[in-house]
Write a protein that binds this ligand. Structure first.
Ligand SMILES: [Zn+2]
Ligand SMILES: [Zn+2]
Ligand SMILES: [Zn+2]
Ligand SMILES: [Zn+2]
Ligand SMILES: [Zn+2]
Ligand SMILES: [Zn+2]
Length: 352
């Protein structure tokens, strides 16, 4: 990766997206998202940006494209035409059409999923969706789709991967951030793969698998039906999180970085820190545990309690509760005076 490439394009204070979006928390009070100049929050209602309706799908797809580019998961992205090497997420949407049995003309019932696990038969993908609680299924236009988009914002903040989205990084901090991003892509970032127990991902051999296009064939082992196969395959599989049995006919999630002897129930594939379902199966692997991007990054670098960005300078402020702050962000929301200066503003700090 060319380290200097992104630094040249550094611009401070790109306008935060989502201006004018309705607040999902305090409907009525806030007339639409008004971005604070550096906090990821609204100056009208003080709620966070993710509490306002999420940014556009295309922004999410660009962010995901950027995250997965230069990683083992680049095959989940595609080049943007005329985009100067930019990559966009090949988000796997799934449209299911079911005939509705009625007396007269046949009608069809169409369900669109904003995202479904890639590389599966539709049958397996539907089985996977059915294992999720209904309000978590990313069906277009539903609460589940909104949950997914808010988790994309929460778990994979764009300013954890793109220095141009951070405010006021020095050249040295931007360089440090690019090295950090490069190393987590190499050492931790992964995308879970859905399969039936025992048919989990083969150890990745990128050169062979993606050149000859036989990845799908290589992933298919003999079906597991509860008996020990001729290859001596285990007949029982247990979920790594809850320890319960994984049913043979029920899809599970494999994480390549965890090895193929570990698997998870779809609802158990969650961040060990926040307990949220790992959005689009994107995980970060650390010391034998699954984390979301946010919690992985802040286990490695302090995160500013004021602006929510990671801190790449060693010169930062530690607050009374052990929180970290950029020095100039350790200040009152309202008047901007340093915290502890006994200003007369009410103590309405954003709690993350
Ligand atoms: Zn607001
Ligand atoms: Zn609000
Ligand atoms: Zn489980
Ligand atoms: Zn988390
Ligand atoms: Zn800050
Ligand atoms: Zn104040």
């Amino acid at each position: 990766m060319e380290l200097s490439a992104g630094v040249h394009k550094m611009s401070v204070g790109q306008p935060p997206a989502g201006r004018g979006a309705a607040c999902l928390i305090c409907k009525g009070i806030c007339s639409g998202f008004q971005p604070h100049s550096w906090r990821k929050a609204c100056t009208q209602c003080l709620c966070s940006q993710e509490d306002h309706a999420p940014t556009s799908d295309s922004e999410d797809d660009r962010k995901m494209g950027r995250l997965l580019a230069d990683s083992c998961y680049a095959h989940l992205t595609a080049k943007v035409k005329g985009g100067d090497g930019l990559r966009v997420y090949k988000r796997n949407r799934m449209i299911i059409t079911n005939p509705v049995v009625s007396r007269k003309d046949p009608t069809f019932n169409t369900i669109t999923y904003d995202w479904a696990p890639p590389g599966l038969t539709q049958k397996l993908a539907i089985l996977y969706m059915e294992l999720l609680p209904e309000e978590r299924r990313p069906v277009s236009g539903t609460e589940g789709a909104l949950y997914r988009r808010r988790q994309l914002m929460r778990q994979l903040p764009v300013y954890d991967q793109d220095p141009t989205q951070c405010h006021g990084l020095s050249d040295a901090e931007a360089q440090a951030m690019m090295l950090f991003v490069k190393s987590y892509k190499e050492e931790a970032l992964g995308v879970g793969e859905v399969a039936l127990p025992g048919e989990g991902v083969a150890p990745r051999d990128d050169s062979a698998k993606h050149k000859n296009g036989q990845g799908a064939l290589e992933q298919q082992g003999p079906p597991t039906n509860g008996t020990v196969g001729s290859d001596g395959k285990k007949s029982e599989y247990h979920c790594d999180r809850c320890g319960e049995l994984a049913a043979a006919e029920s899809p599970v999630v494999y994480a390549e970085r965890a090895g193929r002897d570990r698997l998870w129930h779809p609802t158990c594939f969650v961040c060990a820190e926040c307990g949220e379902a790992l959005v689009d199966l994107v995980y970060f692997w650390k010391n034998g545990t699954l984390l979301c991007g946010r919690h992985y990054c802040q286990s490695k670098r302090p995160r500013c309690f004021g602006c929510d960005e990671l801190i790449f300078s060693e010169d930062y402020k530690k607050g009374p509760d052990g929180q970290a702050w950029h020095k100039d962000h350790f200040c009152c929301w309202v008047c901007g005076q340093p915290i502890g200066a006994q200003c007369s503003c009410s103590q309405r700090f954003r709690s993350l």
